[in-house]
Design a binder for this molecule. Structure first.
Ligand code: DP6
Length: 324
């Protein structure tokens, strides 16, 4: 049986997408920019089936299959894609899995929706005998499944502003992302719910005034390889997004005691001035620490010495690594 497959990476935003003007289309209130995480990937496989009335999902035999399933949003997005192709009556088998553990608290919606869009495109283009659409079109389609997934189509640095999703000019060094796992429990507030709640934060209006300038500065800093400016912008934007969470009605909070411990480690590292990670946190407790790849060994030793050997099973704060 013919199978269409795609594997797409995750990404980490330094200027965050938070808030939507249209929730049904994941139209973002503000522009965002991100770095691709090449080593954190999802894979999706699609097969035509003739013996079923509905689409089915199965875990793919990857290192980390998804034992709990993919959730309704994944299959209903696929249903939307096939309906748009005039294939609503055809049933498909979809398999998916990640190459990173699903209990590590690392969101997989960006990589999984990007992979689903890409695999579906390959499948439908062949079935309908039409060309595969370009990356911008596909990124915009994927965006309607999960907003942040659109940035996985362009790397290593991607800018998303409205319907414009592009690769950014970059002289940034190759970075290694250390993801410090500071909690893997189920999120009490999903990122989709966070996008809704932040609309009523009194800080939203002033954030939206600051974002265009911040995006311009980050474009220039990434283009010029100005690492310290990128680091400062990422820090400001991370705190600003979390401040929206803390000041929404009702307020919500993702940090765990481990998150705070990692942030204190960052502050100390910056003070010492030898290894200065870029730090950012999504809608969850985990902290991403980005460091030039050439300093990754030294940084790993510092992490292990200060926070415990996080590569080992059972460590108080585990970490995973990905290249940009
Ligand atoms: C905090 O893309 O998960 O990670 O569009 O509802 O699927 P939906 O939201 P999602 O939002 C991610 C928000 C974020 C910041 C970011 O990645 O820019």
């Amino acid at each position: 049986m013919k199978t269409w497959q795609a594997s797409m990476p995750s990404n980490i935003a330094l200027i965050k997408y938070m808030g939507k003007t249209d929730h049904s289309q994941n139209a973002a209130t503000n522009g965002s920019c991100s770095m691709t995480l090449e080593s954190f990937r999802s894979t999706v496989e699609i097969e035509v089936v003739s013996d079923a009335a509905n689409d089915r999902w199965e875990p793919l035999a990857t290192d980390y299959p998804l034992p709990g399933g993919v959730g309704d949003r994944f299959l209903s997005f696929f249903h939307k894609l096939k309906t748009a192709e005039g294939l609503a009556d055809q049933s498909f088998l979809i398999r998916s899995g990640n190459n990173f553990p699903s209990d590590c608290g690392l969101a997989s919606s960006a990589s999984s929706f990007a992979s689903l869009t890409m695999a579906a495109e390959k499948c439908f283009a062949e079935l309908k005998e039409r060309p595969v659409r370009n990356a911008t079109e596909l990124a915009n389609i994927s965006r309607t499944g999960s907003g942040s997934s659109c940035r996985s189509f362009f790397g290593p640095w991607c800018l998303w502003e409205g319907e414009t999703i592009t690769q950014m000019e970059s002289k940034m060094p190759k970075l290694t992302d250390f993801v410090l796992v500071c909690g893997s429990g189920h999120k009490t507030v999903s990122s989709s719910e966070a996008h809704r709640r932040v609309a009523n934060s009194p800080l939203m209006e002033s954030r939206l005034e600051r974002i265009p300038g911040r995006l311009e500065r980050s474009k220039a800093a990434i283009a010029n390889g100005d690492y310290d400016t990128v680091r400062e912008i990422a820090w400001d934007d991370m705190w600003e997004m979390h401040s929206l969470f803390h000041t929404s009605q009702p307020p919500f909070f993702y940090f765990s005691p481990e998150t705070i411990a990692v942030l204190q480690f960052v502050e100390q590292a910056w003070k010492r001035g030898e290894l200065k990670p870029i730090a950012t946190i999504d809608a969850g407790p985990n902290v991403h620490l980005l460091i030039p790849a050439e300093q990754a060994d030294e940084f790993r030793s510092l992490l292990d010495k200060t926070l415990g050997e996080g590569r080992k099973e059972g460590a108080p704060i585990r970490y995973l690594e990905s290249e940009s």
